[in-house]
Design a protein around this ligand. Sequence first.
Ligand SMILES: CC(C)(COP(=O)(O)OP(=O)(O)OC[C@H]1O[C@@H](n2cnc3c(N)ncnc32)[C@H](O)[C@@H]1OP(=O)(O)O)[C@@H](O)C(=O)NCCC(=O)NCCS
Length: 227
Amino acid sequence: MHTANPSGSGERSVIAGKILKGARLGRGSVVEDGAVVGYPSARKVPWKRLDIGACARIRSGTFVYLGTRIGKGFETGHYAVIREENEFGDDCQVWSHSIIDYGCRIGNGVHIHSHVYVSQYTVIEDGVFIAPRAVLLNDPHPGCAFSRQCMRGPLIKKGAMIGGGSVILPMVTIGEGAFVGGGSVVTKDVPAGAVVYGNPARIHGRKEALKCRTGHTVRPYKKWRKR
Ligand SMILES: CC(C)(COP(=O)(O)OP(=O)(O)OC[C@H]1O[C@@H](n2cnc3c(N)ncnc32)[C@H](O)[C@@H]1OP(=O)(O)O)[C@@H](O)C(=O)NCCC(=O)NCCS
């Protein structure tokens, strides 16, 4: 292990993993042994660099590809894969075994839990939470001659929550602050603040009307409001 300061100023970084040509991390970052930062994609990528902001923590087994831009405070679990041509804002987390495929736009403060798959050309806005094993799809008819031209991932708007094991079909919009229950298959757009669940997912009320089952509070999201 060696310590380095790739950004050239301030707090030192601790680099035990590999930082390949073209990759740059901000000050105070940690790259654990067995992580690879700046992995070159087999796809042609116009921008052959990788910028990661200050205070990142890249845990062992994670690969971050060249051609991506990531803000400060980025954190991964183990064995996460962040492909090329992605853009992340600040303070995002991608936990263990999750894959962010290429060409996604991800806002600030987005929390992607473990074993999540985010397909190409997905847009995730600020403050979204995606629970374990959720799958976000992008190609309505895989193998069609026009797949490449038409594939588009879901748009997950600000503050939405995607429940564990959910499947979100291509091109669906999940509205601001909406709540997708565990195990749902979401086939249609979800209005802002709505609670949906089931297969296919149907609207079952409003997020602020959900009731607490454990007695710690009455309505868990009562204070939720549009940001
Ligand atoms: C959606 C959710 C908040 C419950 O909403 P709710 O309106 O309070 O629902 P209730 O618990 O009162 O259940 C109402 C009915 O819906 C059913 N139901 C509840 N959640 C469901 C779900 N996710 N999928 C299918 N049916 C569900 C219940 O079985 C119940 O059916 P019944 O009336 O036939 O008995 C909760 O079930 C859920 O999915 N939470 C997300 C969990 C999660 O993924 N967390 C991620 C962090 S790890």
